[in-house]
Design a protein around this ligand. Sequence first.
Ligand code: PEP
Length: 251
Amino acid sequence: MSRKPFLAGNWKMYKISSEAESFAKEFKSLVSDVKDRDILICASFTLLPVLAKEFNGTNIMLGAQNMYFEKEGAFTGEVSPLQLIDAGAKYVILGHSERRHIFGETDELINKKVKAALQYNLLPILCVGELLEEREAGKTEAVVKTQVVEGFKGLSKDEALKVTIAYEPVWAIGTGKTATPEDADSVHSFIRKVLSEIYDKDTSEKIRIQYGGSVKPENIDSLMAKPNIDGALVGGASLKADSFTRIVKFN
Ligand code: PEP
């Protein structure tokens, strides 16, 4: 089963419009020759309009990093799936570890967001991953299984096929520590087994699983060489056009 490589940048709460615009101008020319790979930038809500304008007609897709699950209403400070689509987003990251651990998002809330995104044709990137103490206690598989099962709860097979999973061990995010390609691949393969139990083997083989956690130009090639690693969700190294280009152009 060949899955199209999917390289996504998560800018977190970085950049103002002028910085986003100059990144976009440089990046789109650097990656214009890239074929057969999906490229995505997930940026703050305020940056979506300027990026949508710059990426229009290019091979770079746009995404957001969070949303609320209602279409509209009295939810001060929240952003709806409809508003994200309107701003040019095609994807939305949901359940990022910073949302889970800083803002207390639960599996139940994340599942509501996944369903709402799909309802409005926004494609979710569902993030899962264990804390360091969970890994050290041998609980990685149990934690990741719960996050996957709860995140996909109530999704039909057709809906599940629209979801990308990002496996991001929390201890590797922004720390400079990366899971070894072997460790990451083994968790990815476990996630695929969980998906095959929820759906079937064919469906589990089609869903893309990105790795995230201190991905850099120096380690992308060895990660992407693994059979179950279908792409990367990249934080820090996606903020500079040259480093993210090297990641997109992995060997
Ligand atoms: C992330 O933001 O999802 C991430 C993995 O960050 P970093 O690449 O900086 O570790």
